[in-house]
Design a protein around this ligand. Structure first.
Ligand code: 6CM
Length: 247
């Protein structure tokens, strides 16, 4: 059932990120469009289902083990009692990240180029026996219309060369990644939380930036990604209970 257009324009970036008015704008526009295409499309050839639990389905695309890239991952799920916007905002907001993110030791906000974009440095938990990793990335929250459906989306995408970018801490290796969380409300959003249901889509593609044992990495990811998605949606659902609905 198509969702009717929102009654009034709502805050934040909605539509064309290239008008954000700073040097990252064109890249944000390109990556958000590309990621929305990836997460909103059905799985096709090459994607293998590797985890399934309730409404959650997680797929990976197995690439040759060249130690340069970890298998791209894509997942879909459902969340009840929350809006797509609430989910994407919780994924975007760096001040709540450590409330749900168990694979990161430290989050530092380096800059806020516009109200919908933050630049973060993250120190990831070390996975033995590999060296610890860190990432520097922009994170952008926005809404996009595909046909008659509105999506909310947050994209985290690695950057290099930012003026405030710190060097990797001693012993750590700079990894790069693109990770996206997107959602679509399954019916018109009302103030009644009990009626909210949201389609959730996630994707992640990581380059470990140096040697990492591929077999070990695959095992860790198989366990950690389903755990993350489950934990994250439960976190947002519980945190939103009793609060006004953000459409
Ligand atoms: O999407 C997730 N978290 C985002 C916000 O914190 C984050 C995305 C991260 C993707 C994973 C990056 C890992 C970088 C470290 C690579 C380690 C390689 C060495 C290992 C050797 C065995 O922007 C949730 C991510 C959940 C991950 C399980």
């Amino acid at each position: 059932v198509p969702v009717p257009p929102a009654a009034a324009p709502r805050g934040g970036c909605s539509g064309n990120c290239s008008q954000l008015g700073h040097p990252l704008a064109a890249e944000i526009e390109r990556v958000v469009t590309e990621q929305l295409g990836l997460v909103s499309s059905d799985v096709s050839d090459g994607w293998t289902l590797f985890a399934q639990q309730g409404d959650m389905r997680m797929y990976r695309m197995e690439l040759p083990a060249d130690n340069k890239s970890v298998d791209p991952l894509k997942a879909v799920s459902k969340a009840d009692g929350v809006t797509a916007r609430e989910l994407c905002r919780a994924y975007w907001e760096p001040t709540v990240r450590l409330d749900w993110e168990t694979t990161v030791d430290r989050v530092t906000v380096l800059a806020r180029p516009d109200p919908s974009t933050v630049i973060c440095h993250q120190l990831h938990r070390r996975i033995w026996p590999a060296q610890q990793r860190d990432t520097v990335f922009w994170s952008h929250l926005c809404r996009r219309r595909i046909g008659d459906r509105e999506w909310s989306i947050t994209v985290n995408h690695s950057i290099s060369g930012h003026p405030d970018e710190p060097p990797a801490p001693a012993g750590a290796v700079r990894a790069t990644m693109t990770a996206t969380l997107a959602g679509m409300d399954e019916q018109e959003v009302s103030g009644d939380r009990r009626r909210l249901r949201c389609h959730v889509a996630y994707s992640s593609h990581v380059n470990p930036g140096g040697w990492a044992p591929t077999t070990g990495l695959r095992l860790v990811y198989k366990r950690e990604y389903p755990r993350f998605l489950q934990r994250f949606t439960t976190y947002v659902t519980q945190k939103s209970r009793g609060k006004p609905v953000e459409p």
